[in-house]
Write a protein that binds this ligand. Structure first.
Ligand code: GSH
Length: 202
């Protein structure tokens, strides 16, 4: 059984969404914020973060690595292009962009608005994060000009990776119908999928 350690709004949404798309059985374990500061949780995740995923004896941190594992182990070629092809190059590029470029400034915004205690929050970091996130959003908006999904006509796991990032971007009002209309419509479209709805309500 795949076990997904989860809390609302967190990247564990990506793993639940993918498991739903692939029709995989899984169990969600909700981890309250107090538990994440415990030594027991730090033994599960070295940074005390989420998500954590277990599949039998295997335990993983890093949401995109978990997704790639599930695709390779159970996906039978679904939701990702064949490795080594130009399509796979773009697939990898957008997965990495969504996590290592776009999610980073949004994470800084989250740290300094929600996560850290009020006394440690720096408004300048939030504003800087917003400006950096807007540049990333601009790149997605330009890309979506002639596409239904990141890779063209077909939905892929890269849309799930970016889907969570866009969800966070909407929470912080970086992504709106005015700021990036094409990306907004794309985000609405992918989040209307039953698998995304199941993940968002987990
Ligand atoms: N690159 C990591 C990022 C993990 C991460 O930042 N997780 C966030 C939730 S989405 C977290 O646990 N934040 C709480 C904190 O930083 O205290 C991944 O993709 O799994």
């Amino acid at each position: 059984m795949i076990r997904i350690y989860h809390a609302p709004l967190m990247r564990s949404i990506r793993i639940i969404w993918l498991a739903e798309e692939l029709g995989l059985p899984y169990e969600v374990i909700t981890v309250e914020s107090q538990r994440r500061t415990s030594d027991a949780w730090k033994a599960m995740h070295p940074q005390g973060k989420l998500p954590v995923m277990e599949d039998g004896d295997l335990r993983m941190i890093e949401s995109c690595a978990m997704m790639q594992y599930l695709l390779d182990r159970y996906g039978r070629g679904a939701l990702q292009p064949s490795p080594g092809t130009p399509e796979a190059a773009h697939y990898l590029q957008w997965c990495w962009f969504a996590e290592s470029s776009f999610a980073r400034p949004l994470g800084d915004m989250a740290q300094h608005t929600i996560i850290r205690p009020e006394s440690e929050r720096l408004p300048a970091v939030v504003e800087d994060g917003r400006a950096r996130a807007e540049i990333c959003l601009g790149a997605v908006e330009a890309h979506m000009r002639d596409k239904s999904f990141l890779l063209g006509d077909d939905f892929s796991a890269a849309d799930i990776v970016l889907g969570w990032t866009l969800h966070l971007a909407s929470v912080f009002d970086v992504l709106t119908g005015e700021s990036a209309p094409l990306t907004y419509a794309y985000s609405q479209r992918i989040h209307a999928r039953p698998a995304a709805q199941a993940a968002l309500s987990a």
